[in-house]
Design a protein around this ligand. Structure first.
Ligand SMILES: *[C@@H]1O[C@H](CO)[C@@H](O)[C@H](O)[C@H]1NC(C)=O
Ligand SMILES: *[C@@H]1O[C@H](CO)[C@@H](O)[C@H](O)[C@H]1NC(C)=O
Length: 235
């Protein structure tokens, strides 16, 4: 019957049109576009959870999961500066040895710099499937606002310790389960619709530097205590 065939053809054309449109437009900030055009929920990107993710596996490739990273040796300090956007929601601050990673999961902080965080160990290379060892939720915490955030990071033999720059009194720390001398450090957004601008600057271990913003105080002091040098550890 031609009319039935026409109706079927029309329905098929409609479905084809819809799926073609879906291929072209993944929802911004909500979905990840696979290499074959499929749209998946953004949470599926780099979670090593094959079920709901790209048919072609393109959400788990090294390219899809690549973020700025640097090495972090035992005894080393660094500052990691990110341009945070609220679309990222939460952060993983990660130290990896090969395929094994330990991470701090950070959701926000109080006005005086105490972070909401959890310490997770023995995660996979996508930073999931790990064991929770510590959880801190300081009263009055709030999610981060968009803008620049600077973390100070210290790698000691047994753990990685992180704090918001200027707030060394509020440290977050995670045990290091693989004791390689040099490991890969990175910060990745949990919701990851686009890359997060990140820069690292290394501070040599045990560096003592003059805090420039204390220069007026230093100047007054040095006039009174001539010959003495006032040095302060940068945090
Ligand atoms: C580390 O950075 C390099 C580029 O500098 C990149 O090729 C690599 O994929 C990154 N690794 C991870 C685990 O993000
Ligand atoms: C780091 O690890 C050592 C040894 O386990 C521990 O004594 C110390 O308290 C840890 N540091 C922090 C800041 O948690």
């Amino acid at each position: 019957m031609p009319s039935v065939n026409n109706t079927v053809a029309l329905i098929l054309a409609f479905i084809a049109l819809c799926s073609a449109q879906r291929r072209d437009t993944c929802e911004a900030n909500q979905q990840f576009r696979c290499d074959d055009g499929q749209c998946i929920q953004i949470l599926g990107r780099c979670d090593l959870n094959a079920h709901e993710d790209c048919r072609d596996g393109s959400d788990e490739t090294p390219q899809a999961c690549s973020v700025p990273n640097t090495t972090l040796a035992v005894g080393q300090w660094l500052q990691a500066e990110i341009q945070y956007d609220t679309v990222f929601e939460e952060l993983f601050i990660v130290l990896c040895s090969g395929e094994t990673c330990d991470k701090l999961y950070v959701r926000g902080a109080t006005a005086d710099g105490a972070m909401w965080y959890q310490s997770w160990v023995k995660c996979n290379r996508a930073n999931f499937r790990c064991t929770l060892v510590r959880s801190e939720a300081p009263p009055g915490w709030a999610p981060f606002s968009s803008g620049r955030i600077v973390f100070t990071v210290r790698r000691s033999p047994r753990n990685m310790t992180v704090w918001l720059r200027g707030h060394p009194e509020h440290k977050a720390s995670v045990p290091v389960t693989r004791a390689d001398a040099k490991q890969t450090f990175k910060i990745r957004p949990v919701i990851w619709p686009r890359d997060m601008p990140t820069t690292f600057s290394k501070l040599p271990p045990g560096t003592f530097l003059v805090l420039l913003r204390l220069f007026p105080l230093f100047y007054t002091c040095s006039r009174q205590i001539t010959g003495k040098v006032l040095l302060m550890r940068v945090t």
